[in-house]
Design a protein around this ligand. Structure first.
Ligand code: TXA
Ligand code: MG
Length: 413
């Protein structure tokens, strides 16, 4: 196999010392790798894959291949509709309705009905420590769910609602603890998609809705994605077409002096800062400081955690995925390797013919266009029987931050 690219941090996950590890011959790599202890790596193809990676810039995240099997194929029993009144009726009677928003599809239930909310956690296999976003369409519901907005929160609401922004606000007692996982705050969003807004107006209830995928897996951006994964676990899907933004909302904590981004998403950091000035950005250490050990979130005390849902592993395809910074030329391998990338190389320098499958998200590198098709492209790669998916990292700006965040968590095992 011949691979060309830049090498960095390969030693992070191989355990090989970095010094002297810039082989010119693939056989040298193979000999060195044979001497390593890859306790976590179980697939036969791994040596080839590591050879393949050896000439790429590889992200410094720990890498292991640990395929978890998806749930058994569901029977597709739920209906798909565009009838908002039907969807509202199902929600009012305690049912689960997946509905399209501008970001991703959400799995909705009446946020004030604990039985319905419990069904959401069950349908997704979602752990109870991970709180849900409550979706609203009016200022009246905002007043009933959260304490009065701070001046900064008001500015953000005015600038970005309806739209892909979620604000974590001090909650009022009406919000069930189940929705907020016992936190004193509630995450609220007014979605921008007209059909989602219409649903919220017609139902006239706050709707708790996580993304409509099994916990930890790839987020859905079409009704078909939801049907494929949750079709036998929910009551109805309100089809709003493919999601226009394509990545989840930006989650911003508004309970501190300065807004803190907990999750990058559809509203970029740059856009937020234009409205409220500098914002803080959450990193995993923040959680550890607040709640102690987060390595076992199912058992630790999460009540003090500020971002209980920001797990290292998330958005995961079942196919092993590795992050690379720049694939510069071609390789030969008998493994089935797919590539996910922002755009093709200029001036015909693209020679990636030996990849089994290449998903190129844009013609021109526009990050908004890339976000729109990101999750769908990852799904296509994941369902193509590949041994490995390589994903090129995005520029760390604008929506690129949200996309890199999803990729990093998708690689993590
Ligand atoms: O675009 C979106 O935000 C989509 C659509 C359906 O609205 N929803 C979504 O929900 O992505 P979900 O559950 O997949 O992600 C919500 C994130 C989780 O990481 C959760 O931990 C966090 O928001 N969250 C919810 N309530 C919170 C709270 N009170 N404090 C801190 N984080 C919270
Ligand atoms: Mg989600």
């Amino acid at each position: 196999m011949l691979i060309w690219g830049d090498l960095s941090d390969f030693s992070e996950f191989t355990g090989l010392s970095h010094a002297g590890f810039l082989p010119t011959e693939p056989t040298v790599v193979a000999q060195k790798l044979h001497r390593c202890d890859f306790a976590e790596i179980r697939q036969e193809c791994v040596l080839t894959i590591l050879l393949l990676l050896s000439r790429f810039s590889v992200s410094p995240i720990p890498f292991s291949i640990d395929c978890h099997s998806p749930d058994s194929m569901p029977n597709k029993t739920c209906s798909v509709t565009s009838d908002v009144k039907w969807a509202a009726e199902v929600l009012r009677s305690g049912g689960l309705v997946a509905f399209g928003t501008e970001t991703v599809y959400g799995l909705g239930a009446n946020a004030l009905d604990e039985h319905a909310v419990a069904r959401v956690f069950e349908a997704k296999n979602r752990p109870h420590f991970d709180p849900l976003i409550v979706h609203i369409a009016s200022a009246e519901w905002l007043d009933r769910l959260a304490e009065q907005l701070s001046p900064l929160a008001k500015r953000l609401a005015d600038a970005f609602w309806p739209g892909p922004l979620t604000m974590v606000l001090p909650k009022k007692p009406i919000v069930p603890d189940l929705v907020t996982s016992g936190l004193p705050s509630v995450a609220i969003r007014m979605p921008g998609h007209p059909l989602a807004l219409e649903l919220l107006e017609v139902v006239d209830l706050p709707i708790a809705a996580p993304s409509a995928n099994l916990f930890g897996q790839i987020s859905p951006t079409t009704a078909q994605h939801v049907l494929d994964q949750l079709g036998d676990r929910i009551d109805l899907i309100l089809d709003a077409g493919p999601c226009g933004v394509g990545v989840e909302s930006t989650v911003v904590l508004m309970t501190e002096e300065r807004p803190r981004i907990l999750r990058h998403g559809g509203v970029t950091q740059e856009q937020l800062e234009q409205v409220v000035g500098p914002v803080d950005v959450y990193c995993n250490e923040d959680n550890e400081e607040e709640s102690g050990d987060i390595s076992d979130p199912g058992h630790g005390n999460q009540v003090g955690a500020i971002a209980p849902g920001m797990l290292s592993q998330h958005y995961s395809p079942t196919t092993p995925l590795a992050l690379v910074s720049n694939v510069t030329a071609e390789l030969l391998t008998d493994q089935r390797v797919g590539l996910l990338r922002l755009s093709s190389r200029p001036n015909g320098s693209d020679t990636l013919t030996d990849f089994t499958m290449v998903e190129t998200l844009t013609d021109d590198g526009d990050l908004r266009t890339a976000a729109t098709s990101f999750f769908a492209a990852l799904r296509r790669l994941d369902s193509s029987g590949l041994d490995l998916i390589l994903a090129e990292s995005f520029p760390e700006e604008g929506l690129g931050r949200a996309l890199n965040d999803r990729l990093l968590r998708a690689c993590h095992r």
